[in-house]
Design a protein around this ligand. Structure first.
Ligand code: ADP
Length: 697
């Protein structure tokens, strides 16, 4: 038995305990005693009828039903503890009342036994843990928020890791397959993708070609076979991606298939894929390929794996585009080089940094008589043969050594069709027709020079032979013709002095004179051509009256024809005027003769021929001369050619004799006088030839 002193202390302790406590009779669950805290707590929940001490002495079953949380199960718990003697520790009790709102309570029921071990009393504790619970809840919420932030940061870190890995590999490598493999490895490692693949777009074939693929261990190794070529117009990857820029994200393929939104027989569905992403790779306006990955878990459209794939996609698109451009440039370069290799002209490319030839085609090597190795290894100015060029000349004129053409191009000069000299190692000299020019990079910096040359030794010697022949022919033909002409004239003179000749003999004599004059004229023209080609056509220019020259030529040409009426038309001048030009009179006669005789010749039906001359104050320093006929005219497509030597229009009746030399000489003579010549004509209507000559006033 407790003594009074101890009992008082116990009473005090019960009264001041921070836990509500109550003692019940174990037999009928009567509330025997409770401390003030318990009563206060109970009061919060009891209605006015059971207020305060009214519950003391009453069994739990009578008043507990008036308290929400003291449901029947609570009474059962009390009974069980009373029967079994096993204490009960109540789970956190949530109580919601109008007065205090939601509160949390820890409670327990413990048995008190007598000396025989029988349960006589039950002690109930009731402890308000609302504050602790709320504090714990808050702490848990904070913890959750923290771990959410942490996993978001972690996902972001993994995303950045993948994108950075891909970006780095794009900077370091050019090989698309290698870059693709690095990208797929990074995606597999950081996002546990079940499978991933990179396709490149082949626009010519309209297919996506597989570059590389990854699969989780244990996957079907042949699974990618069907993905090697995907026509643009087939499957999700092909059909949509070549048109859209947004990634295709299927959050859960299995669900989509169940809902009938996706074909259940699709291989992705049958192998159990859930999340699927396909990122179209676009570089500028060009669709370059696709990057796809699948997962055995559902994914979110803005999930980190989707973001990582999209981020990597930008770099991969650039890599695919660069690889494409690089390979097409390489292809183009190979094509170009194989064309250059085949060209009959020699081609060399020299680098400005060391003046060394970096490219030479076979033709260049054989023209120069060197091997490709010899050509490509030595700087231009150190070539062992270069000393041989000093003081070289051809036909008495100094000639440029071929390597100087390159050196001058490296100095920024462009040389067009210039004769250059090549001395082969065996000592043979050849002449090449050479063009060279500097080469520039896109930024305008000079990178080197190129030279194109062809061996013209054969043409040169052919030309030489032709010229030799012409001068021999001229000399050898002229003498007999002069003799024939002389004798024909003697015979004619004799005929007029002695007895007249019969008409046939007279006709024969006249023909001999005319034809030999024609021959002399032709020989003269041929000679003029060779003079022009050898730059030996010398003008003997003196002040001469163009008007009187023209009048004389018209008079002499008029005698040759009866069908044509030649007349002089003057503009800004009188017949009595003089028009002085500083010109070669003989050559002027040749020009006018050629134009007027052509007008006569190419108007076989006869007609009027106007020879005009205009000298007006507005253009006082020049004179315009024209010869206008109404003959056969010249077809438009022939006009640009008729001033070329030996060219005759194709519409000509071949009975109209000629060599196609006259107009060429006219042009050369007029140009050498500082003038210009051209024609206006319509086929079948006639032609007008114009000449402008400077007057040097
Ligand atoms: P040729 O008269 O000896 O053929 P030319 O050099 O004088 O040579 O003329 C070249 C070509 O120009 C002629 O063959 C002819 O086709 C054309 N041609 C020249 N003059 C005339 C003209 N007045 N009318 C039509 N065609 C002309």
């Amino acid at each position: 038995m407790m003594n009074t002193r101890t009992y008082r202390y116990t009473d005090m302790m019960l009264e001041h305990a921070s836990v509500g406590m109550a003692v019940y009779d174990a037999r009928d669950l009567r509330l025997l005693e409770a401390n003030t805290l318990f009563m206060t707590i109970l009061n919060t929940f009891l209605d006015s009828h059971w207020q305060c001490e009214r519950v003391i002495g009453h069994p739990l079953t009578s008043w507990a039903t008036h308290i929400d949380f003291y449901a029947l199960s609570v009474v059962e718990i009390f009974c069980t503890v009373a029967e079994t003697g096993v204490p009960y520790r109540g789970a956190e009790l949530v109580v919601t009342t109008g007065k205090r709102g939601t509160t949390y309570w820890n409670w327990s029921v413990s048995p008190v036994r007598d000396e025989d071990g029988r349960v006589t009393h039950l002690v109930q504790t009731l402890n308000d843990v609302t504050e602790q619970v709320l504090a714990r809840r808050k702490a848990e919420q904070a913890q959750n928020a923290l771990s959410r932030t942490h996993s978001a940061v972690e996902a972001e870190r993994r995303r950045l890791e993948v994108v950075e890995t891909v970006a780095r590999s794009v900077r370091e490598y050019l090989d698309t397959e290698h870059i693709g493999n690095i990208a797929l490895d990074a995606i597999a490692e950081h996002f546990q993708a079940d499978g991933s693949c990179l396709h490149i777009a082949d626009h010519a074939q309209q297919v996506l070609r597989l570059v590389c693929a990854r699969q989780q261990e244990g996957g079907d190794p042949d699974g990618w076979k069907s993905m090697e070529y995907i026509p643009f117009e087939r499957t999700i990857a092909g059909k949509q991606t070549c048109r859209q820029r947004e990634p295709i994200v299927l959050e859960d393929l299995q669900v989509a298939a169940e809902m009938g939104l996706f074909n259940k027989k699709n291989p992705l569905v049958t192998v159990g894929v859930r999340g699927y992403v396909c990122v179209p790779l676009w570089f500028g306006d060009r669709f370059e390929g696709t990057l796809c990955a699948n997962f055995t878990r559902p994914i979110c459209p803005d999930g980190p794996e989707v973001k990582a794939l999209v981020g990597s996609g930008t770099h991969l698109a650039a890599a695919l585009a660069h690889a494409r451009l690089h390979s097409s440039t390489a292809r183009e370069q190979t094509r170009l080089l194989s064309i250059l290799d085949q060209l009959p002209e020699g081609i060399l490319i020299a680098d400005i940094s060391n003046s060394t030839i970096t490219y030479a085609n076979q033709a260049a090597a054989s023209i120069l008589g060197l091997s490709l190795d010899e050509l490509l290894s030595t700087p231009l100015h150190r070539h062992p043969w270069s000393h041989a060029y000093t003081g070289q000349s051809i036909d008495g004129k100094p000639i440029l050594p071929w390597n100087f053409a390159v050196i001058r191009a490296l100095g920024g000069e462009t040389i067009k069709s210039k004769e250059t000299l090549v001395i082969k190692p065996c000592g043979t000299k050849i002449v090449t027709l050479t063009s060279s020019a500097p080469l520039y990079a896109n930024n305008g910096a000079m990178t080197g020079a190129m030279i194109v040359f062809q061996d013209v030794t054969a043409q040169k010697s052919l030309e030489q032979h032709k010229n030799d022949f012409l001068s021999i022919a001229n000399h050898e033909l002229r003498t007999p013709i002069t003799i024939i002409q002389g004798f024909a004239e003697i015979l004619q003179l004799k005929a007029t002095q002695d007895q007249p000749l019969d008409s046939l003999t007279q006709y024969a004599l006249t023909s001999i004179t005319e034809q030999s004059q024609h021959l002399t004229h032709l020989i003269e023209e041929m000679l003029d051509i060779s003079r022009i080609e050898q730059a030996q056509l010398v003008l003997r220019r003196t002040p001469c009256d163009l008007l009187s020259i023209l009048a004389r030529v018209i008079d002499s040409q008029s005698i040759t024809t009866r069908q044509h009426q030649l007349h002089l038309a003057l503009d800004g001048l009188q017949t009595t005027d003089t028009l002085i030009a500083y010109a070669d009179e003989e050559r002027m006669v040749q020009v006018f003769n050629n134009l007027i005789s052509n007008a006569i010749k190419y108007s076989p039906a006869g007609g009027e021929i106007e020879i005009g001359l205009r000298h007006i104050p507005e253009r006082a320093t020049e004179v315009l001369i024209w010869v206008k006929d109404h003959g056969i005219g010249i077809a438009a497509n022939e006009i640009s050619n008729i001033f070329k030597r030996f060219h005759r229009a194709s519409n000509l009746d071949r009975s109209l004799s000629g060599f196609g030399i006259g107009l060429y000489l006219v042009k050369e003579v007029v140009i050498r006088h500082g003038g210009r010549v051209w024609v206006e004509s319509q086929e079948g209507q006639g032609s007008t030839f114009y000449v402008i000559l400077p007057l040097n006033v």
